[in-house]
Write a protein that binds this ligand. Structure first.
Ligand SMILES: Nc1ncnc2c1ncn2[C@@H]1O[C@H](COP(=O)(O)OP(=O)(O)OP(=O)(O)O)[C@@H](O)[C@H]1O
Ligand SMILES: [Mg+2]
Length: 253
């Protein structure tokens, strides 16, 4: 896997007010348009780690997920922003942030449109494995674009890391944590999850998980007691994910 490209933000276009974390649309010096998730947003940089890991894992298992880049934001961009709330967020986020390709003309999945069971099954498997709680009827975080279903917004996955301020915990606990499919918008369309699991088990190896975690930029990896360096933090993420891969308590029957 090649590292995420770094793009310099040239313009802040607009905040996406429907997003709880106030993401924004920005333009980059590569002439691309991106949805930016800010390092300085209330939930902190850990949600960006989850976005990188789960978004790239989604792509690796054949789902459509927007390409992700690292967005370099200068204090100049913040200084010229008129909206005070946005200006504060930009100021708190100068430096590296996370971007995903903006999908122009996409619309939110309504829960009604038919989705291939192979795609729905992979989305459910991914969310179960990564403990994503943000794919409900109320908030599907799925976009329809170019005739395909795109997964977005994985910041609420891998919630184990929110307990890390006290130090990295026990991977076995996360590995054994069940996942509740009741609210999931695609669970009724997922078909035979055991078959999906058999297929993905061959693809999602400890090596793949390490490759995906390696894509997380140092800037998103805040030190915690016992894991002070980016390398130690990446090793902790890999340990948690590999432990979970060794169980199936999380897979809905
Ligand atoms: N790559 C994209 N292309 C087009 N639109 C997008 C993209 N990413 C996000 N959006 C739009 O912006 C909204 C907010 O984005 P997202 O869900 O990622 O943010 P959030 O702050 O994490 O949201 P939430 O309120 O679910 O916590 C999405 O519901 C979608 O409408
Ligand atoms: Mg969302």
């Amino acid at each position: 896997m090649s590292p995420l490209e770094t793009v310099t933000v040239t313009r802040f276009v607009t905040p996406l007010r429907e997003g709880g974390s106030l993401p924004g649309v920005v333009e980059g010096d590569d002439l691309g348009t991106y949805v930016c998730k800010f390092r300085g947003a209330g939930q902190g940089p850990r949600v960006l780690v989850a976005e990188v890991v789960v978004g790239e894992l989604a792509r690796a298992i054949g789902l459509d997920a927007p390409r992700q880049v690292v967005l370099d934001l200068s204090s100049e961009i913040a200084r010229y922003e008129a909206d005070e709330e946005v200006q504060d967020l930009l100021t708190a986020s100068t430096g590296l942030n996370l971007g995903s390709d903006f999908l122009p003309g996409s619309f939110g999945y309504d829960g009604q449109t038919g989705i291939e069971s192979a795609v729905a099954g992979r989305v459910v498997w991914l969310d179960a494995f990564c403990a994503n709680v943000d794919r409900s009827w109320r908030n599907p975080n799925l976009l329809l674009w170019n005739g395909a279903l795109w997964v977005i917004d994985h910041g609420a996955s891998l919630y184990f890391h929110h307990a890390w301020p006290g130090g990295v915990g026990d991977p076995a606990r996360f590995a054994a944590q069940p996942w509740d499919p009741a609210d999931h918008v695609l669970v009724g369309r997922a078909g035979d999850l055991a078959a999906v699991d058999a297929e993905l088990t061959a693809l999602v190896t400890p090596e793949l998980l390490a490759e995906v975690v390696a894509l997380v930029p140092d800037a998103f990896l805040d030190p915690v007691p016992g894991a002070g360096t980016p390398e130690e933090l990446r090793a902790a993420y890999v340990a948690f994910l590999v432990a979970r891969l060794g169980t199936r308590q999380w897979l809905p029957a």
